[in-house]
Write a protein that binds this ligand. Structure first.
Ligand code: ADP
Ligand code: MG
Length: 389
C-alpha cells in the first residue's frame, strides 16, 4: 500500500471502532461518487451466512449522503437478495454516522480493459447477465437509475456479471396506460413548451425554453451522463423501469461499436443532440412532443435517422484506421467481416448473429419508453437462444 492509501485505511478503521474485530481490510478496490469500497476478510468465519465466499467488499457510504438515501439503498439491496446477477447485502455495520454495507466480493475487470476485446459471444454473455439482473429487479418494481459499466461488475474470464450500486434506485410507479401521463389527454397549445437548440460554432451552445415565463420543468435526473434515456433528458415526470433498458442499450452500443464512452456530452442539451444525430430530427420532435416539449434546432447537419449498423461499422473501422489498436485476430475483424461500411450485414453465420445483436440494440434504444421492450421480452429474442434453458 502507498502511504496515502495506508493513511486512508487508518482513518477509516480508527473512526470505526470494532470494525477490525470483525473484518480485516486488505485494500481499497473502488471509489464511486458516494462511497469507497474495500476488499476485506471476515475475522471470524461464522460472521457470514453459509455458502458465501470468504472475501467481502465493504462499501463505506460517505457521511455526506443523507440518512434517507443510505436507508433507501440498504432497504432495496435487502429486497433484492437471492439472484445470482444482483449483489446481495450480507450485513450492515454502523458507528455513529458511519455506515458500511457488507457485500460478497466479486472478481471483475475494469470495463476499459476489455470492452474492445470482447468477441460477439462475450458481448452476448455480458448482455445476458445484465438483462437477467434487470429482469429480476424490475420484477420487484425497482428502477436502478444508474445502469452503466462501473455498476455492472463483469469478469470476462468466467463470463459472469453482477449488478451493484443501488444508491440511486427507486420504486417504480406503474404506468396506467400507454400514454405518458405527462402528456395525458394531449396538450393544448399553451401547455407545450418550446425547446430551442441554437447552433453556435461547432457545438450546440444552449437550449432554452422560448418565451416561457413558467418555472422550469423539474424531474428526477439521477443517473450518469451518456446513459440517460430521452424521457429523462426531456424531464418527463413519469420515468419508469424502461430508463434502465435504454442505458443497457447504450452499453450494448458501446460494446458493438467498441467506443467508450459512446456518448460524451457535458449537459442534457448536448445529450439530446447526440441522440438526435442518430434518430434524426423528425423522430426526436415526436419524442419531445410526447413529453410536452416542442423541440427545434437550427443545426444544419442534423437531418435524417441513420442506420445503427452503419454507425457501428464506421466506428469500428475508424478505430482500426487509428493505428495499432487491433491485432490480426482481434474481435473487431469479426465485426468487419459481418457488416460492410454501408452497414449492410453479410449473409454469413457471423453476419446473422450480428444482425440478432443489432435487433436487441434496436429494441433497447427506442425513443418511446412504451415501445421499448422490457428485459423479460429482450431475453426472448433469438440473440440469446443459446443461453436460455
Ligand atoms: P458508488 O455508489 O460510490 O458508485 P459502487 O457500489 O458503484 O459505489 O462501488 C464503487 C466501485 O467499487 C464499483 O464500481 C466497483 O469497482 C467496486 N465494487 C463495488 N462493489 C463491489 C463488490 N461487491 N465486489 C467488488 N468490487 C466492488
Ligand atoms: Mg457506482
Amino acid at each position: 500500500l502507498t502511504p496515502s492509501e495506508n493513511q486512508e485505511l487508518y482513518s477509516f478503521t480508527s473512526k470505526f471502532p470494532g470494525l477490525e474485530e470483525s473484518y480485516r481490510i486488505l485494500q481499497k478496490i473502488g471509489e464511486g461518487t458516494f462511497s469507497s469500497v474495500y476488499l476485506a476478510k471476515p475475522v471470524a468465519k461464522n460472521l457470514l451466512p453459509k455458502g458465501i465466499k470468504s472475501t467481502v467488499a465493504l462499501k463505506r457510504i460517505y457521511v455526506t449522503s443523507s440518512p434517507q438515501r443510505i436507508y433507501n439503498e440498504l432497504k432495496l439491496l435487502y429486497t433484492l437478495r437471492g439472484h445470482k446477477n444482483v449483489a446481495p447485502l450480507l450485513d450492515v455495520l454502523r458507528h455513529e454516522d458511519q455506515v458500511v454495507a457488507v457485500l460478497p466480493y466479486y472478481e471483475h475487470s475494469d470495463f476499459r480493459d476489455f470492452y474492445r476485446d470482447l468477441p460477439l459471444f462475450g458481448i452476448k454473455a455480458y448482455m445476458f447477465d445484465l438483462l437477467k439482473a434487470l429482469e429480476f429487479i424490475h420484477s420487484k418494481d425497482i428502477i436502478h437509475r444508474d445502469i452503466k459499466p462501473t455498476n455492472f461488475l463483469y469478469d470476462p474470464f468466467t463470463r459472469r456479471g453482477v449488478l451493484v450500486d443501488f444508491g440511486l434506485a427507486e420504486i417504480d410507479m406503474e404506468p396506467i396506460t400507454n400514454k405518458c401521463p405527462c402528456s395525458f389527454g394531449g396538450y393544448t397549445s399553451n401547455m407545450v413548451r418550446q425547446l430551442n437548440v441554437d447552433y453556435a460554432g461547432q457545438f450546440p451552445k444552449n437550449g432554452y425554453l422560448k418565451d416561457d415565463q413558467r418555472p422550469g420543468r423539474r424531474a428526477n435526473r439521477a443517473g450518469t451522463r451518456g446513459f440517460r434515456a430521452p424521457e429523462v433528458l426531456f424531464k418527463c415526470n413519469n420515468q419508469s423501469k424502461k430508463i434502465d433498458i435504454w442505458s443497457a442499450g447504450v452499453m450494448l452500443l458501446t460494446l458493438l461499436s467498441r467506443r467508450f464512452p459512446f456518448f460524451n456530452s457535458t449537459d442534457d442539451i448536448e445529450a439530446i443532440m447526440e441522440i438526435t444525430n442518430i434518430f434524426g430530427i423528425t423522430e426526436m420532435k415526436e419524442c419531445a412532443l410526447f413529453h410536452g416539449l416542442e423541440f427545434d434546432c437550427n443545426i444544419p447537419k442534423i437531418k435524417d435517422k441513420i442506420s445503427l449498423e452503419a454507425l457501428i461499422a464506421n466506428a469500428v473501422m475508424m478505430d482500426c484506421k487509428e493505428g495499432d489498436t487491433f491485432g490480426e485476430d482481434s474481435p473487431a475483424w469479426e465485426l468487419l467481416a459481418a457488416i460492410d461500411k454501408k452497414g449492410v450485414i453479410q449473409d454469413s453465420e457471423v453476419g446473422r448473429e450480428y444482425a440478432q445483436a443489432i435487433t436487441v440494440l434496436k429494441k433497447c434504444m427506442v425513443l418511446n419508453p412504451y415501445e421499448r421492450l422490457d428485459a423479460k421480452d429482450l431475453l426472448k429474442l433469438p440473440f440469446f437462444d443459446e443461453f436460455r434453458d
